[in-house]
Design a protein around this ligand. Structure first.
Ligand SMILES: Cc1cc2nc3c(=O)[nH]c(=O)nc-3n(C[C@H](O)[C@H](O)[C@H](O)COP(=O)(O)O)c2cc1C
Length: 162
Protein backbone atom coordinates (compact mmCIF):
# COMPACT_ATOMS: atom_id res chain seq x y z
CA UNK A 1 0.00 0.00 0.00
CA UNK A 2 1.45 3.42 -0.88
CA UNK A 3 1.94 5.80 2.04
CA UNK A 4 -0.67 8.57 2.12
CA UNK A 5 0.83 12.05 1.66
CA UNK A 6 -1.26 13.44 4.55
CA UNK A 7 0.04 10.77 6.95
CA UNK A 8 3.64 11.21 5.77
CA UNK A 9 3.34 14.96 6.32
CA UNK A 10 1.80 14.49 9.78
CA UNK A 11 4.42 11.99 10.96
CA UNK A 12 7.33 14.03 9.58
CA UNK A 13 5.78 17.09 11.27
CA UNK A 14 6.72 15.47 14.59
CA UNK A 15 10.38 16.07 13.77
CA UNK A 16 11.09 19.59 15.09
CA UNK A 17 13.14 21.90 12.88
CA UNK A 18 14.11 25.51 12.50
CA UNK A 19 12.84 27.67 9.65
CA UNK A 20 14.81 29.45 6.93
CA UNK A 21 13.96 31.65 3.97
CA UNK A 22 15.98 30.88 0.84
CA UNK A 23 16.50 34.08 -1.15
CA UNK A 24 17.85 34.60 -4.62
CA UNK A 25 18.66 37.86 -6.40
CA UNK A 26 16.82 37.07 -9.60
CA UNK A 27 18.31 37.62 -13.04
CA UNK A 28 18.88 41.08 -14.58
CA UNK A 29 15.70 43.15 -14.31
CA UNK A 30 13.83 40.47 -12.36
CA UNK A 31 12.48 40.69 -8.81
CA UNK A 32 14.30 38.77 -6.06
CA UNK A 33 12.54 35.62 -4.86
CA UNK A 34 12.22 34.00 -1.45
CA UNK A 35 10.79 30.71 -0.23
CA UNK A 36 10.23 29.36 3.28
CA UNK A 37 11.84 25.97 3.97
CA UNK A 38 12.34 23.76 6.99
CA UNK A 39 14.42 21.26 4.97
CA UNK A 40 17.65 23.24 5.34
CA UNK A 41 20.55 21.28 6.79
CA UNK A 42 24.32 21.33 6.82
CA UNK A 43 25.95 18.67 4.64
CA UNK A 44 29.76 18.87 4.61
CA UNK A 45 32.47 20.79 6.43
CA UNK A 46 35.23 20.32 3.85
CA UNK A 47 34.17 21.52 1.40
CA UNK A 48 31.58 23.70 3.18
CA UNK A 49 28.25 22.48 1.79
CA UNK A 50 24.65 22.93 2.89
CA UNK A 51 21.38 21.77 1.34
CA UNK A 52 17.65 22.33 1.22
CA UNK A 53 14.84 20.46 -0.51
CA UNK A 54 12.27 22.25 -2.62
CA UNK A 55 9.40 21.32 -4.92
CA UNK A 56 10.62 20.83 -8.48
CA UNK A 57 8.03 23.39 -9.78
CA UNK A 58 9.17 26.04 -7.29
CA UNK A 59 9.78 29.54 -8.67
CA UNK A 60 12.66 29.81 -6.22
CA UNK A 61 14.31 26.74 -7.76
CA UNK A 62 14.05 28.26 -11.24
CA UNK A 63 15.63 31.49 -9.95
CA UNK A 64 18.43 29.68 -8.08
CA UNK A 65 19.26 27.60 -11.15
CA UNK A 66 19.18 30.71 -13.35
CA UNK A 67 21.43 32.80 -11.12
CA UNK A 68 23.57 29.97 -9.72
CA UNK A 69 23.47 31.30 -6.16
CA UNK A 70 21.23 31.66 -3.11
CA UNK A 71 21.24 32.79 0.50
CA UNK A 72 19.90 30.89 3.51
CA UNK A 73 18.31 33.25 6.08
CA UNK A 74 17.72 31.50 9.41
CA UNK A 75 14.61 33.01 11.01
CA UNK A 76 14.22 34.31 14.55
CA UNK A 77 11.22 33.61 16.83
CA UNK A 78 9.68 37.01 16.03
CA UNK A 79 9.63 36.26 12.26
CA UNK A 80 6.63 33.90 12.00
CA UNK A 81 4.99 36.51 9.75
CA UNK A 82 7.91 36.30 7.29
CA UNK A 83 7.74 32.51 7.43
CA UNK A 84 4.08 32.67 6.30
CA UNK A 85 4.73 35.45 3.78
CA UNK A 86 7.42 33.45 1.97
CA UNK A 87 5.26 30.31 1.95
CA UNK A 88 2.76 31.94 -0.44
CA UNK A 89 2.98 32.37 -4.20
CA UNK A 90 2.31 36.08 -3.67
CA UNK A 91 5.27 36.51 -1.32
CA UNK A 92 6.50 39.36 0.86
CA UNK A 93 7.63 42.48 -0.99
CA UNK A 94 11.43 42.87 -0.78
CA UNK A 95 11.01 46.65 -1.13
CA UNK A 96 9.39 46.64 2.34
CA UNK A 97 11.93 44.29 3.93
CA UNK A 98 15.26 45.38 5.40
CA UNK A 99 17.89 43.53 3.39
CA UNK A 100 21.24 44.02 1.72
CA UNK A 101 23.01 42.33 -1.16
CA UNK A 102 25.34 39.52 -0.11
CA UNK A 103 28.55 38.48 -1.84
CA UNK A 104 26.60 36.57 -4.53
CA UNK A 105 23.97 39.29 -4.99
CA UNK A 106 21.35 37.26 -3.11
CA UNK A 107 19.34 39.40 -0.68
CA UNK A 108 20.36 38.83 2.94
CA UNK A 109 17.50 39.62 5.35
CA UNK A 110 18.89 42.05 7.93
CA UNK A 111 16.67 40.80 10.79
CA UNK A 112 17.46 37.09 10.36
CA UNK A 113 19.35 35.22 13.09
CA UNK A 114 22.10 34.19 10.72
CA UNK A 115 22.82 33.82 7.01
CA UNK A 116 24.81 31.60 4.67
CA UNK A 117 25.55 32.77 1.14
CA UNK A 118 26.00 29.96 -1.33
CA UNK A 119 27.07 29.24 -4.85
CA UNK A 120 24.94 26.52 -6.45
CA UNK A 121 26.93 23.28 -6.26
CA UNK A 122 24.51 20.54 -7.39
CA UNK A 123 20.84 19.66 -7.78
CA UNK A 124 19.73 16.06 -7.25
CA UNK A 125 16.29 14.61 -8.04
CA UNK A 126 14.11 13.56 -5.09
CA UNK A 127 10.64 12.56 -6.27
CA UNK A 128 8.42 15.64 -6.60
CA UNK A 129 11.14 17.69 -4.87
CA UNK A 130 14.83 18.26 -5.61
CA UNK A 131 17.81 18.45 -3.26
CA UNK A 132 19.70 21.71 -3.78
CA UNK A 133 23.31 21.72 -2.57
CA UNK A 134 25.20 24.99 -2.14
CA UNK A 135 28.83 25.77 -1.42
CA UNK A 136 29.03 28.31 1.39
CA UNK A 137 31.12 31.31 0.40
CA UNK A 138 30.09 33.78 3.10
CA UNK A 139 28.18 33.50 6.38
CA UNK A 140 27.50 35.35 9.58
CA UNK A 141 25.46 35.83 12.73
CA UNK A 142 23.16 38.85 12.73
CA UNK A 143 21.10 38.79 15.95
CA UNK A 144 21.13 37.28 19.43
CA UNK A 145 17.52 36.01 19.53
CA UNK A 146 15.52 32.82 20.03
CA UNK A 147 15.12 30.76 16.80
CA UNK A 148 11.82 30.23 14.98
CA UNK A 149 10.85 26.57 15.34
CA UNK A 150 8.47 24.34 13.37
CA UNK A 151 6.76 21.38 15.02
CA UNK A 152 3.32 19.90 14.24
CA UNK A 153 2.50 22.92 12.01
CA UNK A 154 3.16 25.37 14.86
CA UNK A 155 6.05 27.43 16.22
CA UNK A 156 6.54 26.36 19.85
CA UNK A 157 8.79 28.61 21.93
CA UNK A 158 12.30 27.30 22.42
CA UNK A 159 14.04 29.17 25.22
CA UNK A 160 17.70 28.49 24.46
CA UNK A 161 19.09 31.87 25.40
CA UNK A 162 19.13 33.32 28.88
C1 LIG B 1 7.37 26.17 7.96
C2 LIG B 1 7.35 25.86 6.48
C3 LIG B 1 8.34 25.05 5.94
C4 LIG B 1 8.36 24.74 4.56
N1 LIG B 1 9.36 23.97 4.06
C5 LIG B 1 9.40 23.70 2.74
C6 LIG B 1 10.48 22.95 2.20
O1 LIG B 1 11.42 22.55 2.91
N2 LIG B 1 10.47 22.69 0.87
C7 LIG B 1 9.45 23.15 0.04
O2 LIG B 1 9.49 22.88 -1.16
N3 LIG B 1 8.42 23.88 0.52
C8 LIG B 1 8.37 24.16 1.84
N4 LIG B 1 7.36 24.91 2.35
C9 LIG B 1 6.29 25.38 1.44
C10 LIG B 1 6.77 26.56 0.55
O3 LIG B 1 7.24 27.63 1.36
C11 LIG B 1 5.58 27.05 -0.34
O4 LIG B 1 5.08 25.96 -1.07
C12 LIG B 1 5.96 28.17 -1.28
O5 LIG B 1 4.77 28.77 -1.73
C13 LIG B 1 6.73 27.73 -2.52
O6 LIG B 1 6.95 28.90 -3.30
P1 LIG B 1 7.56 28.87 -4.78
O7 LIG B 1 6.87 27.79 -5.54
O8 LIG B 1 7.23 30.23 -5.31
O9 LIG B 1 9.03 28.67 -4.68
C14 LIG B 1 7.32 25.24 3.72
C15 LIG B 1 6.32 26.06 4.27
C16 LIG B 1 6.34 26.37 5.64
C17 LIG B 1 5.26 27.26 6.19
Amino acid sequence: MPVEARVLREVCGHYPTGVAVITCGGAEGEEPVGVTVNSFTSLSLDPALVLFCVHRDSRALAAVQGVGAFAVNILASDQAGLCRAFARRDTADFAELPHGPGATGSPVLSDALAFLECRLHAVFPGGDHVIVVGEVIDLGLLREEQPLTFFRSAHPKLEVLG
